[in-house]
Design a protein around this ligand. Structure first.
Ligand code: ASN
Length: 309
């Protein structure tokens, strides 16, 4: 149990000013970069009849409102896809708050909060290669801007940042697994010097599986180096009704929970898109060199912990 007194001490920590200045600079760099690249910003939704299923255990977070069950957003994946039905723009991003009531064991990972924000990006008629190029550029822009604007804050925190060299490296998950075993993400994150990408993970129904090469997924994660672990995940998306249904059946997804999305899919209304979400708190943890996302968050929601405020 976190007490009110501990919360006050946490809020008054002297390093918080340095951390929030670095966070502000990083967010400004992201917004500027998106604007320069014609990626339009959409506002988040926090309640919806359908949301990301998530592929790992978690508790329900939904409310009843006028006879309708509404779920707190786990990710805006399906909203991002549908937003791109509009012909007037083909790239969007959202500073999207997510609520994922995950199990208490994750509290020790250093990377999990049950309430967090991701910068969620989606591009229409683009490939994973084009998505990676956009994100690579964004990462460099963030590092350059933070180094330029916040050198005193970085020094105060004892943090040295190197601007990553582009293009960021790409690895195949199968090759890494063969080399390092199931713990490959951890090993790679600890040994690489720059952020890097890993391709092909078996995940949600909405990430595109290769039709000729079953079991190969056109999705990816990006990782922070120095052992900071996962930074972003995303992929090219399924858009065909038959594929979506097949993948849902394989994953035993409750299709009733996705009837509106499936209705759109039957009408061919899911655009062909690619995208991903980058965790803001995880990025700030890395930029500031802190050991837990709790340290960079004013009001941390750590899985398994009771909240004081
Ligand atoms: N934002 C992720 C994506 O675009 C989905 C997620 O957060 N689960 O793929």
């Amino acid at each position: 149990m976190v007490t009110m007194q501990q919360t006050v001490l946490h809020l008054k920590e002297s390093k918080m000013g340095h951390i929030l200045r670095i966070q502000s600079a990083a967010l400004k760099a992201i917004h500027d970069y998106m604007y320069e690249n014609c990626v339009v910003q959409a506002m988040p939704v926090m309640l919806s009849p359908e949301t990301d299923p998530l592929n790992h255990p978690h508790f329900d977070a939904s409310v009843e409102y006028y006879g309708q069950r509404l779920h707190l957003t786990k990710s805006m994946i399906m909203h991002k896809q549908l937003a791109l039905l509009n012909d007037g723009f083909d790239k969007i991003y959202i500073m999207s708050p997510n609520v994922r009531l995950e199990q208490g064991e994750l509290g020790a990972s250093g990377r999990h909060l049950f309430e967090f924000t991701q910068v969620d990006i989606e591009l229409k008629d683009k490939t994973k290669k084009e998505f990676k190029e956009l994100v690579d550029g964004m990462i460099v822009k963030v590092f350059e801007f933070v180094k330029k604007e916040c050198s005193d804050d970085l020094t105060a925190l004892g943090r040295r940042l190197e601007v990553p060299k582009l293009p960021l490296k790409i690895f195949e998950s199968e090759e890494l697994k063969a080399k390092y075993g199931d713990d490959f993400e951890k090993v790679m994150s600890e040994t690489e010097r720059d952020p890097f990408w890993v391709l092909n993970f078996r995940r949600e129904f909405y990430d595109r599986e290769d039709k000729e090469r079953k079991g190969y997924y056109h999705n990816y994660d990006m990782f922070w180096p120095e052992g900071y672990g996962e930074a972003l995940s995303g992929g090219e998306r399924e858009w065909e009704y038959q594929e979506i249904i097949r993948k849902m059946m394989e994953r035993r997804t409750n299709m009733d929970a996705y009837k509106r999305y499936l209705e759109a899919a039957t009408q061919g209304l899911i655009p062909q898109t690619v995208g991903g979400g980058l965790g803001i708190e995880r990025m700030v943890r890395f930029l500031t060199g802190q050991s837990h996302v709790r340290d960079i968050s004013l009001f941390p929601r750590v899985p398994g912990e009771k909240i004081a405020f």
